[in-house]
Design a protein around this ligand. Structure first.
Ligand SMILES: [Zn+2]
Length: 395
């Protein structure tokens, strides 16, 4: 398969490749039952291209055939108190801002359904969630009888489902033909111009600025900053109301309404003026990455020389990317995760075993490398409760 060269967001710019990670595991959240299966999981190349026209970044080598989203896809963050508080506050904010009471909510890519359940419980709303990875035995909510789940990708065949609020969280970054997808959403809404659209994705501004290579992985084929996201929505017929970053700069959200014109007409927001800064960030990225990779590799090698036992905390995509991007010495044997559904499985690509926090009581690691710094407090408390006080290092 040859690389794409034309930007699928603005459909005019030509990609400039600035980062490459060959043979990355094609999926990093999937549950893999044996070390062998994990090590042999299909791989694909990541070649990130930057579109100088609209600022969009895409894995130009992405092959959709390598993706797998089904019940084996275990991505929920719903076992973390930090995440749950954020999620609840977000639902409350949307309900208040858009008066979502006894309304119809659609969630595209609802995962295990936690956010849709929150919106329906708190605002007494009715919901429909679409996700091929939905597992229907986990919903335990007084709102359950007002929520329907469709275990499938959202597509044009579901345009009969109409919502007052259409949300889509952590999904657009998995979709390669970005403008095609947003145009589908726009067509599905038709002339219901009072519909509110809410999308949330990772904010690539931070990934580029901090050189957060652990946030670059195969499932994420599309990377946006506030500017490229707003430009896409506007081009596809939405009036952009707000752009926000949250969760420590990790998430980027957009709120919009369908425009009565083919192209959105609302004035551009100040947050969108990021194209020049991103261009500079992209130019600096290769050298920054090289430096960062060698710093991490020296650090990990030093732990080994010092005879320290090291574990990673967080077995999701960041962990897989961290382990496969760096040369990791054999003193890192385990990856810890608080999601009980991931315990006993193996990390895609490297085959590291996933253990629960309890495991550390006997293992007594000297160092815990935390894949997402926002959870350091929570993890530190969990470790202390078990009488452990290892060195904690966050990415
Ligand atoms: Zn573009």
């Amino acid at each position: 398969m040859s690389d794409i060269t034309t930007c699928p967001s603005c459909e005019s710019g030509t990609f400039q490749v600035f980062y490459e990670a060959k043979s990355a595991p094609a999926n990093s959240c999937i549950l893999l039952g044996t070390q062998e299966e994990a090590e042999k999981y299909p791989r694909g190349d990541i070649r990130l291209g930057f579109c100088p026209e609209c600022g969009f970044i895409s894995n130009v080598a992405f092959d959709e055939k390598l993706t797998e989203y089904d019940g084996r896809y275990e991505e929920t963050q719903g076992f973390s108190g930090t995440f749950n508080s954020f999620h609840k506050a977000l639902a409350e904010r949307m309900i208040e801002r858009y008066d979502l009471h006894e309304k119809d909510i659609i969630e595209i890519g609802c995962g295990k359904g936690e956010f849709l359940v929150l919106l329906c419980e708190i605002g007494n709303n009715r919901g429909t969630g679409f996700d091929p990875g939905f597992v229907d035995d986990r919903i335990d909510s007084p709102a359950a009888d007002r929520i329907e789940f469709v275990t499938d990708f959202y597509s044009e065949k579901y345009t009969d489902y109409q919502g007052d609020f259409v949300c889509c969280k952590m999904t657009l970054e998995h979709i390669h033909p970005t403008a095609d997808f947003i145009k589908t959403v726009r067509r599905s809404i038709g002339d219901r111009l009072d519909t509110v659209i809410f999308f949330q994705i990772p904010d690539t501004t931070r990934i580029i600025e901090d050189c957060a290579f652990e946030d670059i992985y195969y499932e994420h084929c599309s990377y946006f900053t506030p500017g490229s996201l707003a430009r896409l929505f506007r081009r596809c017929g939405f009036d952009v109301i707000a752009l926000e970053t949250e969760y420590d700069g990790q998430y980027l959200t957009i709120e919009a309404r369908p425009s009565k014109n083919e192209i959105g007409t609302f004035a551009s927001l100040p947050e969108e003026n990021d194209l020049e800064a991103i261009k500079q960030g992209i130019a600096d990225f290769p050298a920054k990455f090289k430096k960062m990779r060698s710093a991490w590799e020296s650090k990990l090698e030093k732990y080994k020389t010092d005879g320290k036992k090291v574990v990673l905390w967080g077995s999701g995509s960041k962990g897989v990317s961290f382990l496969t991007t760096l040369k990791v010495p054999d003193n890192i044997e385990y990856v810890v995760d608080i999601n009980p559904y991931r315990k006993g499985y193996f990390m895609s690509g490297t085959g590291h075993k996933i253990v629960d926090p309890e495991f550390l009581k006997d293992y007594k690691p000297d160092v815990v490398i935390v894949m997402n710094g926002i959870y350091c407090d929570e993890i530190g408390k969990d470790l202390n409760k078990m009488g452990l006080d290892p060195e904690m290092v966050a990415l």
